[in-house]
Design a protein around this ligand. Sequence first.
Ligand code: NDP
Length: 304
Amino acid sequence: MKRKTDKMTATVIDGKAFAANVRGKVAAHVTRIKEENGITPGLAVVLVGEDPASQVYVRSKGKMTVEVGMKSVEHRLEADTSEEALLGLIAELNGDPSIHGILVQLPLPGHLDEDLVINSIDPAKDVDGFHISNVGLLGTGQKSMVPCTPLGCLMMLRDHHGSLSGMDAVVIGRSNIVGKPMAQLLLGDSCTVTIAHSRTKDLPDVVRRADIVVAAVGRSQMVPGDWIKPGATVIDVGINRIEKPEGGTRLVGDVDYDSCAAVAGAITPVPGGVGPMTIACLLANTLTACCRAHGLVEPKGLTA
Ligand code: NDP
């Protein structure tokens, strides 16, 4: 899952290969519980409206769910679906024993209350880990469903470093989806954690102290190499589309890859870093939810 290139000093953490490995472990465990227990884990994805990016995500989630041997159910609802209808569907899925994970694709159209909708999902089936109960369980160090993107980052960090204990970690970004749960997970692994955000004073100085930098900002190539402590590990969560000088577009992260890779000890690329891990962790969470629902042994190394 790691490779060195001649041009750079940093080890490249290959999220694509890592994610394939996670999906392989999930598939093997799914096969076992199908054979031994006659249970097939099921994931339901609910998409409201026709946001093109969301449609792409939902399609690839469905495809990969089937590839690991799980049941995949998709509910595509009109953009003007009422809150009542959406809550009704979620209640049905909450009560469906063949469904172990429910994901409502965000963002929702403006007339729908995202918090209300997310908090109507049974916390045991909340494979995105966004339900307030799961947020509280994670915050108090208890067993929870962990948000997929930070879980993927944690898995790659543990794989690279072994123990993270005592390391200085800086998370740039304080969103509920990435920054805050990432910080909780790093704290859970005994890092000394700083959460930086748009009001942080002297961000370069804060980042320079970090052994681990997780950038989850949403600003293309914002972190330059001269902010990075030599040898630090850089996890780039950002996905930003920019224009290429020769025309067309390309994806870049929140860190300036070339200058950071020249200084860092290890770095995740964009694309092919954190992104593929997010879906792999969604599948891992669905399997975990299924095992917990049926009192089965949980797969090792696929949860926080
Ligand atoms: P949000 O917009 O919700 O949060 C961005 C955070 O960055 C905020 O806390 C904000 O601070 C902070 N920020 C903004 N500007 C600055 C700045 N100049 N200096 C320091 N901090 C700043 O984004 P998300 O957390 O949802 O996503 C972050 C990135 O990760 C995006 O590029 C997104 O596309 C990507 N992403 C990738 C995923 C994957 O699978 N790889 C999954 C989810 C997200 P403040 O709170 O003060 O406004």
